[in-house]
Design a protein around this ligand. Structure first.
Ligand code: NAD
Length: 537
């Protein structure tokens, strides 16, 4: 960005401030002489200073606050720190620390980042959107705070999620920071503890529900279509039934997706694709069982139906490969307590408990998305081993403390045979002298690249095919070294390259499907690469 402002204003504008990184010439031109210490620091030295400050802090929440202030003060430095130390910083600006940050949001609040809508704004959303200073927003992440990670209803405190997700869009895929917009649809909260907190910053009422709720979302969507017609809307951390309803309402009409459902699906599918290189099984032969039948598990299954269909199975055949067990046991057609999204997977079978279901259905792959820790017991892992030479076991629940089993348990209980991946990061495990590096099915592998591809191609919608493309592309980027170490995903340190590859493949597919507003350029990959924000001075 061209620097036009002067003096103090420059030092207090996070998008242009370089602080002690300003050169002698810039200090002269901008009237900064005397306002900074003598030494001119390279961005690399500034990164070192920030990292030593981060490492000195006693708690992750303090590290989060430090990084959040840095983002306000010197945006480029914040992103340089995040990109150069992605494995260390991602868990601080996103899960798991962001969960704590959301819980304490009203207490640690400093400077507002993002846009808030409450029921009092009904009828005015278009007008107040003009208060946002940017004209070319491309990615919006919106939540209503009702199901923040595994933490439940946090009301407006959930704003930490859109802020964190958009920071990842920029760090991982180079989406320009000023083209990102975090949005809190603050329709109240049913969390009494929050409502009774005198510091709570949100709309202090019970949640808006039903038609009043959906019509407010509709007004927001309309306002965005008018002011930012090229923007992608990512729905995030909505309560499962609302998440499905919103996705159903908008997925075929506007450029939008739900990361909890579709992003999770793409990253899990990618892991399953990669696992077949170790098990030597054909993807189209797999039987897959889910523990948990909520938005994450059902989203994965829905995309797997598309994946099986792309291998020649009919929709019906595909669904028969996918089985669910929830808190009440196997999901079967005779059950009367199922949600609409469970019905396509409620097969005609006997009602069985989890272990009986494993023994009867004999899945090759077991995927946990329950939020219930410890549900993959030793017995479960042993029964998976009894029917598989190399059982594939994904414990996707976040945060780490909610994982269905730990990496260590999976390797120990399976005597090193399990192919394991998790939702939250686990460190390396040494079992019988072999070192395992369990892969993390982190949504950040896919959503930034999908978003980047879609905005470059100016896609009008995001059909399943684009998620399928992202999953296949990511799986193909897993190299033999990753697999030898037991990792089903590439290293996060490669995320910018991975996002570029995914974005290119997704944009290619969007052009092929003729769902774009612009024509495919000859040098698509170079165009995407050139767009990507690179935080250097
Ligand atoms: P949800 O509330 O929609 O669904 C939870 C499901 O788990 C329900 O079907 C419930 O019946 C079932 N369940 C709960 N306890 C159970 C038990 N003891 N035994 C069997 N089933 C049980 O939640 P969701 O949005 O689907 O998310 C579930 C988990 O997946 C969360 O912990 C979330 O953090 C995680 N998740 C991970 C990723 C990722 O790794 N990339 C992405 C999204 C969500």
């Amino acid at each position: 960005m061209e620097i036009k402002k002067k003096n103090f204003e420059v030092l207090h504008n996070g998008s242009i401030n370089k602080s002690v990184g300003f050169t002698k010439k810039e200090r002269e031109a901008l009237g900064l002489r005397g306002l900074l210490p003598y030494s001119i620091a390279s961005i690399e030295i500034q990164v070192k200073r920030v990292m030593s400050g981060i490492r000195r802090k006693a708690y992750d929440i303090e590290r989060y606050i430090l990084l959040s202030s840095l983002q306000d003060r010197n945006e480029k430095l914040f992103y340089k720190v995040t990109i150069d130390h992605i494995e260390e910083i991602m868990p601080l600006i996103y899960t798991p620390t962001v969960g704590q940050a959301c819980k304490e949001f009203s207490h640690i609040f400093r400077r507002s980042k993002g846009f808030y809508i409450t029921p009092e704004d009904r009828g005015d959303i278009s007008t107040i959107l003009n208060n946002w200073p940017e004209n070319d927003i491309r990615i919006i992440v919106i939540t209503d705070g009702q199901r923040i990670l595994g933490l439940g209803d946090l009301g407006a405190n959930g704003m930490g999620i859109p802020i964190g997700k958009l920071a990842l869009y920029t760090a991982c895929a180079g989406i320009l920071p000023h083209q990102c917009l975090p949005v809190m649809l603050d329709v109240g909260t049913n969390n009494e503890e929050i409502l009774n907190d005198e510091m709570y910053l949100g709309y202090p009422h019970k949640r808006l529900q039903g038609e009043d709720y959906f019509s407010l979302v509709e007004e927001f969507v309309q306002a965005i279509q008018k002011k930012y017609p090229k923007a992608l809307i990512q729905f995030e951390d909505f309560l499962t039934p609302n998440a499905y309803k919103l996705l159903h309402n908008y997925k075929d009409k506007i450029l939008c997706f739900n990361d909890d459902i579709q992003g999770t699906a793409a990253v899990a599918l990618s892991g399953v694709y990669a696992s077949t290189r170790l098990t030597k099984l054909k993807f189209s032969d797999l039987r897959i069982m889910f523990l948990g039948a909520g938005s994450a598990a059902t989203g994965i299954a829905d995309l797997m139906v598309a994946a099986f269909q792309s291998e020649g199975l009919t929709e019906d055949e595909a669904r028969k490969r996918l089985w669910f067990v929830d808190i009440d046991g196997l999901v079967v057609s005779s059950r009367t307590n199922l949600m609409p999204h469970n019905l396509p997977y409620a097969h005609d079978a006997n009602q069985l408990n989890f272990i009986e279901a494993i023994d009867t259905i004999q899945p090759h792959v077991l995927i946990g998305a329950t939020g219930a820790p410890g549900t993959f017991t030793e017995t479960v892992v042993k029964h998976m081993c009894a029917i598989n030479e190399k059982p594939v076991i994904f414990a996707l629940s976040n945060p780490t403390s909610r994982a269905e089993c730990t990496a260590e348990q999976a390797y120990q209980w399976s005597d090193g045979k399990a192919i394991f991946a998790s939702g939250s990061p686990f460190g390396k495990v040494i079992y019988k002298n072999k070192v395992f590096y369990p892969g993390q099915g982190n949504n950040a592998y896919v959503f930034p690249g999908i978003g980047l591809g879609c905005i470059i191609a100016e896609a009008k919608i995001i059909p399943d095919d684009l998620f399928l493309t992202a999953a296949k592309t990511l799986a193909n980027l897993v190299d033999e070294n990753n697999l030898t170490e037991g990792a089903l995903y590439p290293k996060l340190t490669q995320i910018r390259m991975l996002s570029l590859e995914i974005a290119t493949a997704v944009a290619e597919k969007a052009y092929e499907l003729k769902i774009t507003k612009n024509e495919k350029p000859d040098n698509l990959k170079q165009i995407i690469k050139a767009y990507m924000y690179d935080p250097c001075y």
